[in-house]
Design a protein around this ligand. Structure first.
Ligand code: TPP
Length: 216
């Protein structure tokens, strides 16, 4: 289902194509009043989803190995307002964002879907603040993606766009590190020199905070 016919069947063959806005179409389906009995597939996946949510909650509470990304997204979920915007960078951080950021109200989520361009998060946050000025704009980046465009925080300050930029630092190109690990390659070009991005931002605009498990 897509509003753009060109995108249908592009990456996977489809049995049944619908050219429509998902929200409108799903509502129209619900409005038919027709239902199917819950089969084993549905029940198994409802159970999977319950287990998965419990697992994410468990990780969010576990700081035994440092600050988990799940703890960070759980905190954002707690603070996020109904119209907030999230701009999420490319990398493992994309997965953390998809898993942890609430999209249950009128929040909007932007990601570099087609090109997977690193460095998308910070300017995306700026766009969020400009697009929905009466809500909180968030950006979520890995340290690699943030390092590419860090100077954009100066632009945010210049135009008084109060974006909350969250940087998940793991001192590596995490996504590529795991790709190399999974495909049993030697690690090459995936380690980043540790930098305190909170201090860099503080030097640029005056305020930033380094979070760790000991930060309340
Ligand atoms: C401009 C650009 N360069 C390289 C890549 C390939 N790439 C995809 S994810 C990634 C690593 C991202 O690292 P980081 O921003 O630190 O986030 P993490 O995966 O650690 O969460 C790289 C190099 C890309 N998608 N875009």
């Amino acid at each position: 289902m897509n509003t753009n016919a060109f995108d249908i069947g592009k990456t996977v063959d489809v049995d049944y194509a619908v050219i429509a806005d998902a929200k409108t179409y799903l509502q129209a389906l619900i409005d038919t009043g027709e239902t199917l009995p819950a089969g084993t597939w549905l029940k198994a996946n409802q159970e999977n989803k319950k287990n998965w949510d419990a697992r994410l909650d468990q990780l969010a509470k576990d700081d035994s190995k440092g600050l988990n990304p799940e703890s960070v997204t759980a905190k954002i979920a707690e603070l996020a307002g109904p119209n907030d915007t999230y701009a999420v960078d490319t990398g493992n951080v994309s997965e953390w964002g998809v898993r942890g950021l609430p999209m249950n109200k009128n929040q909007r989520f932007a990601i570099s879907g087609l090109f997977a361009t690193m460095g998308f998060g910070l300017p995306g946050g700026l766009a969020g603040a400009l697009s929905v000025p009466d809500a909180q704009a968030w950006s979520l980046s890995g340290d690699g993606g943030f390092a590419m465009v860090e100077q954009d925080v100066i632009t945010e300050a210049r135009y008084e766009l109060p974006v909350i930029n969250v940087v998940l630092s793991n001192d590596r190109f995490g996504f590529i590190y795991y790709e190399q690990a999974e495909t049993k390659q030697h690690f090459y070009g995936v380690d980043l020199t540790p930098a305190d991005w909170a201090k860099v931002a503080e030097g640029s605009v005056g305020s930033a905070l380094l979070l760790s498990p000991s930060t309340n």
